[in-house]
Ligand binder design. Structure first.
Ligand SMILES: C[S@@+](CC[C@H](N)C(=O)[O-])C[C@H]1O[C@@H](n2cnc3c(N)ncnc32)[C@H](O)[C@@H]1O
Length: 657
């Protein structure tokens, strides 16, 4: 033990940042670790989500301590600013977000909004003023436009998430209001969930880069998480299911997590009851004994028998039991089937409590804290899990990466689609199950879509999704199991648009270098952008490309390959703000790319992280053309009329003037 621990006169504990010590201190003082007077806050969500495993899944978290410290610093900074934020009408950073005077409810409008909130359906305006519903995959179910009264319009200015989730109450709130907050490492913000403090820096950054209408799109502030991987510890009589307390191996039980979709919390309850009923032993990592190590829950809201508005609330859970056994035949797996059967009896779609979609097992015997082993087995229920995202049916296996916030990612997808011209040739690096690529093939009638992903487990999902694409989709579509950082230039030739959606750590350096090279080649410059560039363009890269591990669907049209085309549009989807800033600098250096537009999405409410969608164009930024008589204002004025943040800005400006 590195630290010296002592009690001072005020009986607070002084110790180093060694986590085992911190956890010990927490126990001794009978207080959660976060409440101890440490000089250094904890890091290390790695406890539950080991970096190596998560990196593969694209979900490497910023350390929790780092997030919490950043959030606290940013909040302090914001609280000292007198000027209210322009992003959120009526609230300013640092202020508690409960509105001082409850807004009187106007029954028709508020009920409709609240219904949307509960159904998980949100109305967004896009830049052209068109309504976007977060889940309007079915044309026949398209909603009519609001006929707004003045008061309704006022309400519409207020983001949906500011409206309380409590149907009976009339108080608008953006508080987390979670009983687990002080101990659980999942959330770092408990107020102002609609405006993570990092947005201050993000907004300033993009304004500086010339993005005049930078907005943050938000959805549900609670119950947004449709995927969870939770540790199972404790005893068979008193199982604990949740995340590790920061810096310790102590699991915080989170039965009432406010971020989880309600079906996840209901499934946790079911799993606990099954453990108790059957006497299943939760895993003990010190002794490397026990049966159930983790449980993964993935919600599917795909149910075409229900109206779109009801699908989110009635989401069903694919539950995966991570069992401490080599495989289904080993003696340790003896009671796995019993547990699966009991869960299914209690929660199958025809039961009184129909919350389950299916039950799977994963086998993991490693002594490390890597969550999943390599072996999966489907036990009960449907083997395929589907989700409808921006009108396209996508399949997910339990081993593949999936977005946790389906609704807000759906909105991001629709924004992204608008940046891709009809008929484009697209390459998507870090593609996962090909969600973005397949949605573009369908909605933008792409000539070619190539998806590149390192996780081989995503292949099956891609194949299944491909089989359900409408027959009208006439694109050359392929998925390649490859490391994007190995000779990435070869993927870029022949594409007009390149999409990157890397894990939180950002782009691999060879990918940045290839993007810069591709831009300069597209501009007709042959000189390498930097001495580090070593890639040569292969001849007919597409044909030579690894046939192994690839999935292809040929277009009915016999299109010629575009060998000498290089992307003129780069779309960067980022879940790691710190990494994005660095990648940005490298991409724009030497006028390889310039930023054309950007938006932020509140994909992880309760955390100080956001998702950024940034559109880059090749080459040097052209000077702004100011039209006579109308000028720059004309475009902004039009958009200001329509975007939500724009509306608030417009309102603020008109009040000031
Ligand atoms: C943030 S996810 C995005 C996935 C997909 N775009 C989606 O929305 O579902 C990042 C993906 O990149 C993959 N990945 C990580 N490193 C990679 C690499 N070097 N080459 C290719 N894919 C990689 C991960 O396996 C993960 O599926």
């Amino acid at each position: 033990m590195e630290a010296v621990m002592s009690r001072n006169s005020s009986s607070s504990l002084w110790l180093s940042s060694t986590w085992s010590v911190q956890s010990l201190a927490a126990r001794l003082s009978r207080r959660p670790a976060q409440q101890l007077p440490f000089g250094v806050l904890a890091t290390g969500r790695e406890c539950i989500a080991p970096i190596a495993a998560l990196q593969q899944q694209g979900d490497v978290p910023l350390s929790w301590g780092e997030q919490k410290l950043n959030a606290m610093k940013a909040r302090e900074k914001l609280a000292n600013k007198k000027k209210p934020s322009k992003l959120h009408r009526g609230w300013h950073p640092g202020q508690r977000t409960r509105a001082p005077d409850p807004v009187e409810k106007k029954p028709a409008q508020t009920d409709k909004r609240q219904n949307e909130l509960f159904s998980g359906k949100f109305l967004f305006k896009d830049d052209d003023g068109e309504d976007i519903w977060s889940d309007d995959g079915d044309d026949e179910e398209e909603e009519e436009e609001d006929e707004d009264t003045q008061e309704d319009k006022e309400l519409e200015f207020m983001p949906e998430m500011m409206q309380t989730k409590d149907k009976s109450s009339q108080v608008f709130t953006t508080d987390l209001d979670c009983q687990h907050f002080t101990q659980c490492s999942g959330c770092v913000l408990d107020t102002n969930l609609d405006q993570p403090p990092v947005m201050e820096e993000v907004t300033e950054f993009f304004l500086k880069q010339g993005v005049a209408e930078f907005t943050l799109e938000s959805g549900n502030l609670w119950e947004w998480r449709c995927r969870a991987k939770l540790a199972v510890r404790g005893t068979s009589m008193d199982p604990q299911i949740g995340l590790f307390e920061e810096g310790s191996h102590f699991v915080v039980d989170i039965p009432s997590c406010r971020a989880h979709h309600p079906s996840i919390n209901a499934t946790i309850k079911l799993v606990k009851e099954a453990i108790q009923e059957l006497g299943i032993q939760p895993y003990n990592e010190d002794l490397h004994l026990g049966e159930l190590r983790y449980v993964q829950m993935v919600v599917t809201t795909f149910n075409t028998t229900l109206p779109a508005a009801e699908r989110y609330a009635s989401g069903k859970v694919q539950v995966s039991l991570v069992w401490n056994a080599r495989d289904e035949d080993s003696i340790q797996a003896d009671r796995l089937n019993k547990m699966a059967e009991l869960l299914w009896r209690w929660g199958n779609p025809k039961s009184a409590n129909p919350i389950l979609h299916s039950v799977w097992a994963n086998f993991q015997t490693s002594r490390t804290n890597i969550i999943f082993g390599g072996r999966w087995r489907h036990i009960l229920g449907e083997s395929e899990l589907w989700e409808r995202m921006s009108g396209v049916d996508i399949s997910f296996t339990p081993a593949s990466f999936g977005q946790a916030n389906l609704q807000v990612f759906d909105v991001l997808l629709r924004r992204l689609q608008k940046a891709v011209k009809i008929g484009s040739s697209v390459v998507e690096l870090y593609a996962g199950v090909g969600l973005i690529g397949l949605s573009l093939a369908t909605t933008r009638k792409c000539r070619t879509v190539k998806c590149v992903e390192v996780n081989k487990e995503a292949r099956l999902s891609f194949e299944q999704s491909l089989s359900r694409l409408p027959a009208s989709v006439n694109s050359n579509i392929s998925w390649h199991c490859a490391d994007a950082s190995v000779s990435p230039i070869k993927w870029l030739e022949g594409a007009n648009v390149v999409i990157v959606d890397p894990p939180r750590k950002g782009l691999d350096p060879p990918v940045i270098e290839a993007l810069r090279t591709a831009s300069l080649r597209g501009l007709g410059k042959t000189k390498s952008p930097s001495s580090k560039t070593t890639d040569k363009v292969e001849k007919r890269p597409w044909m030579l490309r690894a046939k192994q591990g690839a999935v292809h669907k040929e277009s009915a049209s016999n299109w010629e390959e575009e060998e000498h085309t290089w992307p003129d549009t780069l779309i960067y989807v980022s879940c790691g703000w710190q990494a994005f800033k660095l990648d940005y600098v490298a991409l724009v250096e030497g006028d390889a790319w310039y930023l054309d537009d950007a938006k932020a999405f509140n994909l992880f409410p309760g955390t100080n992280s956001i998702e950024v969608l940034a559109i880059f164009k090749r080459g040097k930024k052209p000077p702004k053309v100011v039209k006579k008589g109308s000028g720059v204002r004309s475009k902004s004025a039009k958009s200001l009329q329509w975007t939500r943040a724009g509306k608030r800005l417009a309102l603020g400006n008109s009040k000031q003037s």
